[in-house]
Design a protein around this ligand. Structure first.
Ligand code: URA
Length: 197
């Protein structure tokens, strides 16, 4: 168990009723790249890891394409418990979970944070964000008492409903990997991942 894991929390009654477990962050605590999603879905709630459903398959595939691979990045959600019917987390739920996210980002201290979708973009940037327009943009976000370089991205699920979102999704992750300096081959097979495009 990581020192940033939450083992017990009862702050959000609706989420406590819905969840099977708390879904903590996943991946190395010294990662240069940290991806922030919205909240666990059904598969994540079952398995206890973020992004293990269909969105997670797309995310894993694109991370492999742009270089680091999932094993090299930290992945965490704004909210650690599954909302009922996969609704968006409420402002109160986001606020309740914020200190855990702040603690995790401070521990990882990544060179770059990627927001996956509208909810994490707005949560970290503290403003309304039109994600399809903002995707690929590089911003600065104050989270707790630290600042992070943030790359805005569409959510991987968007690519499942709309083919045209695949390219901006790949481009945002490629920008983030490049800024974080993690585009090298990391699985030791000697193949440059960028060369696969
Ligand atoms: N969507 C998210 O935002 N997070 C997950 O963990 C899974 C799907």
């Amino acid at each position: 168990m990581d020192q940033v894991d939450v083992t017990a929390c009862e702050r959000c009654p609706a989420l406590v009723d819905c969840r099977s477990r708390i879904v903590n962050g996943d991946g190395p605590l010294d990662a240069d790249l940290c991806l922030v999603g919205e909240a666990p879905g059904a598969r994540e709630d079952e398995e206890g890891r973020p992004f293990v459903g269909r969105s997670g398959s797309v995310l894993d595939e694109v991370l492999r394409e742009v270089g680091p691979g999932r094993e090299a990045v930290r992945i965490v959600n704004c909210v650690r418990c599954r909302p009922p019917e996969n609704r968006d987390p409420s402002a109160g739920e986001l606020a309740n979970c914020r200190s855990y996210l702040e603690r995790e980002l401070a521990a990882v201290d990544p060179a770059v944070v990627v927001t996956l979708g509208k909810v994490p973009a707005e949560h970290l940037l503290g403003e309304s964000v039109a994600v399809t327009k903002a995707a690929g943009g590089v911003r600065e976000a104050r989270v707790g008492d630290r600042s992070y370089r943030v790359v805005v991205s569409v959510h991987p699920a968007a690519t499942l409903y709309d083919d045209t979102q695949r390219e901006p999704f790949e481009a945002a992750l490629a920008t983030a990997a490049d800024l974080a300096g993690v585009t090298d081959d990391t699985d030791g097979d000697g193949q440059s991942r960028l060369g696969e495009f």
